[in-house]
Design a protein around this ligand. Structure first.
Ligand code: OXT
Ligand code: ADP
Ligand code: MG
Length: 576
């Protein structure tokens, strides 16, 4: 129902009025927006209050970047744009990193920021929080719009929604100057100006000839491989994807956030034989995954000597040939593409050569067997494998729980050790490898799914968003944060030989992160062994109480930059 105010004018000419505040809220509600992630302040404090009063869930954070990461991952989880609301200039800039992150990761998100007065900003006369926000946002997102008149609020939001979710999803900026909120107009005209976006992300059906080409290449393979990326997880075409992969019989490799699309324990899963399948395969089908740095750009040592042909399924035609030649581009939405592939395979699709699938399975089993004993150790202080062995069982017993994960060693080892069983249950640092997504993602995951959340955080990674544990306690969310405390970034053992300052990568030794959450009424636990960790995490996941566990990890256990130390430039001069 329209929110409106009555204004008395001359007797007998009373009319129902509305204003910018109400129109923004009505437009959001009309388009099914039920949650806003925000930090209040001038000029949007009342917008948040009024949205809450109108039945939208408004989650207030301690820092806009975390609200932004929450909105971004809400977009990934729901296929609807996640909404982040910030104040002008500094609040806007704090939210902007998350908007750029959403765009880079293909998550639909809208950053709505209040802004200062155009007349003053454009003459650079020093308004309160003055900044030309639209110009700054433009290069960092998929689209950017400003609304100057109340009657354009409906259209402005419609444009933002379509831009965020259609085609390749991404971040959109919507600039709402302070003056707009108080603009008044006739309530009925206001209601008519709102737009309900019909079919915001229309199906994009692939051309039959492109489907045939892709299948011809796949059929010709002696050593085929399917790589599933987070675009495939985003598409919410879980049954179609599983049906296609199983019908093909081809080994599949899930990228980090595609883990669980099919269970990591599926007989065709090649996650534990990664280097082998990348090197040895002759035909690689990418489904919602880009050939960026995470796949070594499709070339070089990682991919071995064997000549390769690539099939790529993606909604963005410009992704094709971005790094190497794509023999069979298949452009369309993943649900439609995969359904078309399955249909065109017919009933007698040949299984891939048994020597290939057998070799992949053997390599996988060998790696899994090699890792198994490491996961059973009960060392104190813990090493990564001992601690992760416990958490692996926690997720196995609760396949519906959401796992959030960031850090370097904490990220890379957890990715390999913890099997996922269901789609969109693993959320992590994404394409940029960005630290700081942890608490924002954990909060949004709890809010959007209602499921318990386990956040496995390096101690450095946690520090980027740690203050949001107050938010977790305030909203009483079922989030268990486990801080892998190894006293530093990668390791806690570096020493500064040149002076008394600590080395650049180390933190306060023996810090007790568990004490932080106690300040806000949450449960804090110090765990020094896998047994203690197991007890504490099980209790937290069963009770749903906000919990932070300080997991004491051997400071010498990690390696520089985890699994990507090779990306560090090396000085030709001797290290001082
Ligand atoms: O096949 P092989 O033999 O090769 O074996 C592979 C698999 O087959 C096998 N495997 C298995 N074996 C057995 N069983 C199972 N189930 C199994 N599964 C797999 O294991 C190996 C490895 O498999 P994987 O992981 O799949 O393969 P690989 O080769 O690693 O894959 C390559 C990649 C590139 C795809 C993968 O490594 C990847 O996805 N990497 C992402 C890395 C990433 O994004 N890292 C984060 C950034 S690092 C750095 O930048 C950090 N910073 C700087 C900074 C950042 N990032 N952001 C901001 C805003 N500011 C600054 C900072 C500050 S990290 C960091 C903090 C770090 O300190 P913390 O305290 O937080 O963390 P700690 O390190 O713990 O101290
Ligand atoms: P990963 O990091 O898991 O490899 P990327 O983020 O690199 O995944 O790639 C995701 C890809 O998925 C992007 O190229 C994007 O265009 C594509 N994509 C996202 N949603 C869809 C969809 N619904 N249909 C088809 N492709 C999609
Ligand atoms: Mg650390």
């Amino acid at each position: 129902m329209l929110n409106s105010a009555t204004k008395s004018e001359a007797p007998g000419t009373e009319q129902e009025l509305t204003d910018g505040f109400h129109l923004v809220i009505d437009a959001l509600k009309l388009n099914g927006v039920d949650t806003i992630y925000n930090v209040p302040g001038i000029p949007i404090t009342d917008l948040g209050r009024m949205a809450q009063a109108a039945g939208i869930r408004v989650i207030s954070f301690r820092h806009e970047q975390n609200a932004g990461y929450a909105a971004a991952i809400a977009g990934f989880l729901t296929k609807k744009p996640g909404i982040c609301l910030t104040v002008s200039a500094p609040g806007f800039l704090n939210g902007l990193t998350a908007l750029a992150h959403a765009t880079t990761n293909c998550y639909p998100m809208i950053l709505i920021s209040g802004s200062s007065e155009r007349e003053i900003v454009d003459l650079q006369q020093g308004d309160y929080e003055e900044m030309d926000q639209l110009a700054i946002a433009k290069p960092l997102c998929k689209a950017a719009y400003r609304v100057l008149h109340a009657q354009d609020i409906g259209i402005g939001l419609a444009r933002a929604i379509r831009a965020a979710v259609s085609g390749r999803p991404g971040g959109v900026y919507l600039d709402l100057p302070a003056k707009l909120f108080a603009q008044v107009m006739n309530a009925e005209a206001g209601a008519r100006s709102l737009v309900k976006v019909i079919d915001p992300a229309p199906a994009q059906i692939p051309a039959p000839s492109a489907v045939k080409r892709a299948l011809d290449v796949l059929k010709s393979a002696k050593r085929p491989l399917i790589i599933l990326g987070k675009g495939a997880a985003y598409a919410q075409a879980d049954d179609e994807i599983r049906g296609f992969v199983e019908k093909s019989g081809v080994p599949f490799l899930p990228m980090s956030m595609a883990k669980g699309l099919l269970p990591d324990t599926h007989p065709q899963c090649a996650g534990a034989a990664r280097s082998t399948v990348l090197k040895e395969s002759d035909v690689v089908m990418l489904i919602g995954a880009r050939l960026n740095w995470l796949l070594s750009h499709g070339k070089g040592k990682t991919w071995g000597e064997a000549p390769k042909q690539f099939i790529q399924v993606d909604i963005d035609p410009r992704e094709m040939d971005s790094n190497v030649e794509i023999a069979a581009p298949l452009v369309g939405d993943i649900g439609s593409c995969v359904a078309a592939l399955t249909a065109a395979m017919g009933d007698n699709w040949p299984a891939p050569p048994a020597d290939w699938t057998g070799a992949v399975r053997a390599k996988r089993d060998e790696n899994v067997a090699k890792m198994a004993p490491k996961l059973m150790n009960n060392k104190s202080p813990m090493d990564y494998h001992g601690a992760l062995g416990v958490l692996r069982t926690v997720i196995k017993e609760r396949p519906d729980a959401i796992l959030v994960n960031e850090g370097a060693n904490t990220l890379d080892l957890a990715r390999g050790v913890i099997d996922m069983y269901k789609p969109r249950k693993r959320l992590d640092v994404g394409t940029w490898g960005v630290m700081g997504i942890g608490m924002g993602q954990a909060i949004a995951a709890a809010i959007e799914t209602g499921k318990p959340v386990l956040a496995i955080e390096g101690d450095s990674a946690f520090g980027f968003s740690g203050m949001e544990i107050e938010t977790i306690c305030r909203y009483n969310l079922p989030v268990c944060v486990v801080v892998f405390n190894n006293d530093g970034i990668y390791r806690g053992t570096d020493v500064n030989a040149a002076g008394t300052d600590p080395a650049t990568t180390v933190f306060v030794k023996g810090a007790r992160y568990d004490k932080m959450i106690e300040a806000f009424g949450g449960v804090g636990v110090n765990a020094t062994s896998p047994d203690e960790l197991k007890r504490a995490v099980n209790e937290a996941m069963n009770s749903g109480k906000p919990t932070l566990i300080n997991a004491v990890i051997d400071p010498a256990a990690g390696s520089e930059s985890g699994r990507i130390g090779n990306l560090n430039p090396q000085s030709v001069l001797k290290k001082k």
